[in-house]
Design a protein around this ligand. Structure first.
Ligand SMILES: Cc1cc2nc3c(=O)[nH]c(=O)nc-3n(C[C@H](O)[C@H](O)[C@H](O)COP(=O)(O)OP(=O)(O)OC[C@H]3O[C@@H](n4cnc5c(N)ncnc54)[C@H](O)[C@@H]3O)c2cc1C
Length: 346
């Protein structure tokens, strides 16, 4: 079991999954979900933020600490039945849990928590900045994945998606992050964290990574700061020898022209203008001189690709209403769930 230092919390307990041989240690900086994934098990999860409910489980023996008692996704029925969220639970000593593990959740890259130094900050839009963190040891991730970022003074880590691709031996992880008015983590990050500061980052996590074995053309749809993982997918696409000759359409949605970004990075990629195409759209053009498309981005995508939608591999990220609307459009168009890869920013 892990020792106690700045990187490893004190041991919290051993988690056993009932009716199986699965057991793993969890330390006092981890959760049941993250500790199980680090041990290589298929712990069900999506957001790691208490928002989606994929990691619901029950405690059979022992006690757990509830790290987010007000998590909105848990219903009264869940609470009455003793259901909890594994991504927001930590054992208080040894515990036995009831949860169905699935191979599809086994990590392709084992997550690891380690120290990173903030080495650069760049303005992207009026409310999005790019933060470049450099790790002590190299750590891989797949294009489109996210990490849990521990910001000093913030009660719980937050999920942020990498905009870059992993390129060992370089150890830089870039994140494009939108400042949420009044938000606890983003206020700390934008106003208090300075270049040279060190923080802990745990990752990678997430299933919305680039499928290099797909033979389909690709569509990326970004809502707001969902641009971050979509840039990573586009960069991974451009660098992939397996996807050579394929086409990628990148849709970027915002409210107003000042929210649109991503083109600067995309136009540096090989294939820009021939295999890689940018389609911005805004939902509130008002009296601006916007010449592009107007409407919600899922409607613009539908208008543009219509009946050809099942032919593509789909990646999308952003606020839950945008992602849910996009998924709905794809389901109605007959796009199988296996071709839809997304993250909702709870
Ligand atoms: C998978 C994923 C990837 C993401 N990627 C990005 C990205 O690339 N760029 C970006 O700008 N944003 C991203 N987000 C959103 C980001 O994680 C934050 O929700 C956002 O930055 C606002 O955080 P805040 O603390 O400023 O706001 P707040 O309103 O203070 O907190 C927002 C969220 O933090 C969580 N939270 C709040 N309190 C607690 C608590 N006590 N315990 C546990 N959780 C709590 C909840 O999920 C809540 O919705 C992502 C979210 C997820 C789930």
């Amino acid at each position: 079991m892990a020792g106690t230092d700045s990187m490893h919390g004190a041991p919290a307990g051993v988690v056993r999954v009932e009716k199986s041989d699965v057991h793993f240690a969890c330390d006092s900086m981890d959760t049941i979900t993250r500790a199980g994934l680090k041990a290589g098990f298929g712990m069900p999860y999506e957001c790691n933020a208490g928002g989606c409910g994929t990691c619901r489980f029950e405690v059979v023996e022992g006690e757990v600490e509830d790290l987010y008692p007000d998590a909105p996704v848990l219903t009264d029925r869940d609470r009455k039945r003793g259901r909890k969220l594994a991504c927001q639970s930590r054992p208080k000593g040894d515990v036995v849990i009831r949860q169905r593990l699935e191979d599809m959740y086994i990590p392709h890259v084992h997550p690891m928590r380690q120290e990173y130094t903030l080495v650069a900050i760049k303005d992207i839009t009026h409310d999005i900045k790019e933060f470049r963190f450099r790790s002590a040891k190299p750590q891989r991730f797949l294009p489109g994945q996210y990490a849990q970022v521990f910001i000093p003074g913030v009660s719980a880590p937050r999920g942020y998606s990498m905009a870059s691709i992993a390129n060992e031996p370089q150890t830089d992880w870039d994140f494009q992050i939108r400042k949420k008015p009044g938000g606890e983590a983003t206020t700390a990050l934008f106003e208090r964290v300075k270049v040279g500061d060190t923080i802990q980052i745990d990752g990678p996590y997430g299933h919305a990574f680039l499928r290099e074995d797909s033979t389909r053309d690709v569509i990326c749809v970004a809502g707001g700061s969902g641009v971050s993982p979509m840039l990573s997918v586009a960069r991974g696409f451009a660098a992939s020898s397996k996807l050579k000759g394929r086409t990628l359409h990148f849709f970027m949605g915002g409210r107003a022209p000042r929210d649109i970004c991503g083109e600067t990075e995309l136009c540096e990629l090989p294939g820009w203008g021939t295999n890689i195409h940018f389609h911005p759209g805004i939902s509130e053009p008002g009296d601006t001189d916007w010449k592009g498309k107007s409407g919600f981005i899922h409607e613009i995508v539908k208008e543009t690709h219509g009946e050809t939608m099942p032919e593509f591999e789909w990646y999308f990220a952003g606020p839950p209403p945008m992602v849910n609307a996009m998924a709905q459009v794809l389901i109605q168009a007959g796009v199988p769930l296996t071709q839809q890869h997304f993250d909702r920013y709870f």
